[in-house]
Design a protein around this ligand. Structure first.
Ligand code: NAI
Ligand code: MG
Length: 372
């Protein structure tokens, strides 16, 4: 049932996270005024720069607030040279703390090429893939695989002899993320750009790896329940070249954790800039949304970074909440944001440097707000 007010925890984090977050908040407030729904925002400082200052990655009560919130928005975390005593980057505890602590098993990464976006794959901005040919979503398993904390090292006499990372694939972990992918495919209005078909591609290495064979078997079982969605299979190595050659063939792609980490970064190139790639980390009860990019230290604090990935992450959040709580107003609000972004890009007069423009982060946020 739709709620009277939605509670959102806001974590700007480090670097350009602090530049792009205010723009997403501005857009969120504008759309909530227009569509007359209420959001209650609770902000916490966090990340590596906060750790440098305080010796903590975030305030003690921040995680509890995240547990109680309807959703969380995160900017980016990480700062050069700031690590935890265990060698992990400071701030990683927030991303992994939320993913594992809130059991956010589906990492959802849409890749869409908007009209007017150019690429710089050859070092110069030009058209490579055409608008309308790239509109796919990678769904990456987010709580197991190679990132499950089943790792260790063997040190004898102070000399490290061995490092071990164990890849864990469970029936439960595979089933729920694959089910999420099929539900997403069914729910999306449009099928794959090439033929309009609803299609879930299972990307794995099941010709070699036991865990991938389990993943694929579960995929087949889940697929039985979705006769309207086409089945499709690809080995990860072949998939990387098909993705670049025929991105229009894909609608939803589901894969294991590490393979999805790499495949979704590759796919974000098809959107023209890291500054265009939003993402969601979604579980049954909790979810957080963040741009795919990091804290980009060299651009931090310069009012220069592209805020679209952050703004589109906020739109994903509204779409998710709308479906979770059966609140059509939120689903429509997400569409309003996306269509405003689309128009700003197509017009081409207010764009940041990475899209070939010279506008500031704030000017781009203002342009989106104005259209809303
Ligand atoms: P990055 O994504 O921060 O930046 C790489 C380059 O991409 C930047 O130098 C910039 O040229 C471009 N870029 C990224 N976002 C942009 C935007 N919104 N607008 C315009 N250009 C943009 O990756 P990098 O440099 O490898 O990592 C920097 C820090 O961020 C590290 O501490 C890293 O650990 C952390 N990181 C955090 C992530 C997270 O919070 N989930 C994800 C990736 C990296
Ligand atoms: Mg990555």
């Amino acid at each position: 049932m739709a709620k009277d007010s939605y509670e959102i925890v806001v974590l700007p984090g480090d670097g350009i996270g602090k530049d792009v977050m205010p723009e997403a908040i501005k857009v969120l407030k504008a759309v909530s005024r227009k569509k007359e729904f209420e959001v209650n925002l609770i902000e916490f400082e966090c990340g590596a720069q906060y750790y440098q200052k305080t010796g903590k990655e975030w305030e003690n009560n921040a995680f509890d607030s995240c547990k109680q919130a309807d959703a969380i928005l995160l900017g980016a975390v990480g700062w050069p040279g700031v690590s935890l005593p265990d060698g992990n980057i400071a701030g990683a505890g927030i991303v992994f703390g939320l993913r594992f602590g809130l059991d956010l098993y589906a990492n959802v990464r849409p890749t869409k090429l908007y009209q007017g976006v150019l690429h710089s794959v050859h070092g110069e901005k030009r058209q490579i893939w055409k608008h309308g040919l790239v509109d796919l979503i990678t769904v990456r398993e987010n709580t197991e695989g190679l990132y499950a904390p089943a790792r260790g090292k063997l040190e004898r006499g102070g000399f490290q002899e061995l490092a071990l990372d164990t890849r864990i694939i469970t029936e439960k972990g595979a089933r729920r993320v694959i089910k999420y992918a099929f539900e997403l495919s069914k729910r999306k209005e449009k099928g794959a750009p090439k033929d309009g078909k609803k299609r879930v591609t299972c990307v794995d290495k099941s010709n070699v790896l036991e865990g991938c064979r389990l993943f694929r078997n579960i995929y087949d079982e889940v697929a039985e329940g979705y006769p309207e969605v086409e089945r499709d299979y690809a080995y990860i190595d072949a998939y990387t070249q098909w993705l670049v050659r025929d991105p229009d063939y894909y609608q939803v792609v589901v894969t294991t954790n590490m393979l999805g980490d790499i495949a979704s970064d590759l796919s974000s190139v098809l959107a023209g800039s890291l500054g265009m790639a939003p993402s969601g980390n979604i579980g049954d009860r909790h979810a957080f949304f963040e741009p795919v990019h990091g804290s980009a230290p060299k651009h931090a604090g310069k009012n220069k970074a592209n805020p679209f990935a952050m703004i589109l992450s906020a739109a994903m959040m509204l779409d998710h909440l709308g479906h979770r709580f059966g609140d059509q107003v939120l689903v429509e609000s997400a569409k309003d944001i996306e269509s405003a972004v689309e128009k700003v890009i197509a017009k081409g007069s207010v764009l940041t440097y990475d899209l070939g423009g010279s506008s500031s982060t704030k000017e781009v946020g203002d342009a989106v707000v104005k259209l809303i």
